[in-house]
Design a protein around this ligand. Structure first.
Ligand code: GLY
Ligand code: MN
Length: 464
């Protein structure tokens, strides 16, 4: 964890921002997999980590936003626990390690919360996303489970988002470490991928690198020759001549900071000319996204500029037609790129998605669009120095979507459906890097950029 001063300062700032009532932050508990004592790998709640650094289950933090009083709730282990788990820090040790003076047993939390509520004071809590914490919050507050999200504190959400969106130097250093692990995961696969290798083998090797160098992967690894399915979680094919492999994967380092990279490889080690044509549009789009990202610029505008470039590229190939500005305004490019250019990243790969994406990526000036494609943009608002975002343009040929648009005459002014038939079965291409917004532009995170030009990718794969 970072030094205790960092967590103390963050909590003081959060208390100042919220300014009234009592803030309740719940840590996560162990989650059973197939029976209660066989649990998934423990993952602490990211906001709890941000304000305490404590990476153990069954902890809760109370911060009185008026008196400033802070209490860490949790249980000391008993001799039975020690026999099975070994000696553990006491709850007092945990509190001391992050600069909290007072600690109490978890069983006292209910009395504390009920007393505060009986006094007519507000309890601020974040929207719960784990069922265990939904039940706990229901028991503590008597708010029905189905109403908990609506009754979560918007003031607290906004305060947490404002703080976590601007990364401190110490956080950037951790994200850089996660990027080094992500680089090793991807580069190793570039060296191993070749016709005849199973996707599952490559997937397992990536998981192994993530676990051996950090905490785990930052999300379920996407590794598939069916790259046109945006979040394809099956890895059951064998690498085949003429196809491409989309690999979208990242790591969490030991402090649970994330990386998220995507590369698209030719399964055989050599792109076809048709693949290169589309690939170059996507790599140019990735570079453009990075060159336009700077403080004061709305990420929605970066996204739209990238979409216009992709549209022009597809017009040049005869797949689209008409005026690129008009095509993008109509959302016609979304047939090929139905997702957004990127998202914030930090302690979560989609940073703070659990707090509500619209609080993270949008504000009063930038509201989420309802147009197909643009509605999937997770980050639309103005960039600020200290933001960490992904840049991940893609072009996909999704047969079911092409057929639907053709049958329903959607955007026929801008799509050349005849030419498009030549790309049925093409798959998809996505290329993703992670950037930090600096005071005068941005910089890529990680000490080395994964090979991205078709030549460099083929070169990296040549010795396979
Ligand atoms: N890289 C996976 C995602 O952004 O959803
Ligand atoms: Mn991503």
């Amino acid at each position: 964890m970072f030094s205790k001063d960092i967590y103390s300062k963050r909590r003081t700032e959060l208390i100042r921002k919220v300014g009234n009532g009592v803030i309740l932050l719940l840590g996560n508990s162990e989650a059973p997999c197939n029976y209660p004592s066989n649990t998934y790998k423990f993952r602490q709640d990211s906001s709890f980590l941000y304000y305490t650094g404590l990476n153990s289950p069954d902890l809760a933090l109370i911060m009185d936003a008026e008196s400033g009083k802070q209490i860490l709730f949790g249980n000391d282990v008993d001799i039975d626990d020690i026999i099975w788990m070994g000696p553990q820090p006491s709850i007092g040790d945990f509190a001391e390690s992050c600069g909290i003076e007072k600690s109490e047993p978890l069983s006292d939390l209910e009395i504390y919360v009920k007393t505060v509520m009986a006094q007519g004071r507000r309890i601020h809590f974040l929207p719960p996303y784990r069922n265990y914490n939904k039940i706990l919050l229901n028991e503590l507050t008597s708010i029905p489970v189905r109403e908990l999200n609506a009754k979560a504190s918007v003031e607290l959400i906004k305060a947490v988002v404002e703080m976590r969106l601007v990364k401190e130097e110490c956080e950037i250093a951790e994200i850089e470490k996660a990027c080094e692990i992500g680089y090793a995961m991807h580069y190793t696969i570039m060296k191993m991928a070749k016709v005849g290798v199973k996707e599952q083998t490559l997937y397992g090797i990536m998981e192994g690198i993530a676990h051996s160098q950090g905490a785990m992967t930052s999300f379920a690894t996407i590794l598939s020759q069916n790259g046109e399915t945006l979040h394809n979680l099956s890895h059951n094919q064998v690498l085949t001549e003429g196809r491409m492999l989309v690999i979208d994967a990242g790591a969490e380092n030991e402090m649970n900071y994330c990386s998220d990279f995507t590369r698209t490889l030719p399964s055989s080690g050599k792109f076809t000319e048709q693949q290169k044509d589309i690939y170059r549009i996507v790599s140019t789009a990735n570079n453009m996204g990075q060159s336009l990202s700077r403080p004061g610029v709305a990420y929605r505008d970066v996204h739209l500029n990238v979409c216009r470039l992709i549209t022009q590229g597809l017009i040049n190939l005869g797949i689209m037609k008409g005026n690129p500005d008009e095509a993008v305004a109509a959302g016609a490019h979304a047939l090929f790129m139905p997702h957004g250019l990127g998202h914030n990243m930090g302690l979560d790969v989609h940073d703070m998605e659990n707090l509500g994406e619209d609080y993270v990526g949008y504000d009063d000036s930038y509201k989420r669009s309802s147009q197909f494609g643009l509605s999937s943009l997770r980050m639309g608002k103005v960039l600020s120095a200290g933001n960490v975002v992904t840049v991940e343009p893609g072009i996909y040929f999704i047969p079911a979507l092409i057929d639907k648009w053709r049958a329903e005459n959607i955007n026929t002014r801008f799509i050349n459906f005849e030419e498009l038939e030549k790309f049925r079965g093409f798959g998809g291409i996505r290329l993703e890097d992670d950037i930090l917004i600096t005071h005068n532009g941005c910089r890529r995170l990680g000490s080395k950029r994964l090979p991205i030009t078709p030549e460099d990718v083929e070169e990296a794969m040549r010795e396979n």
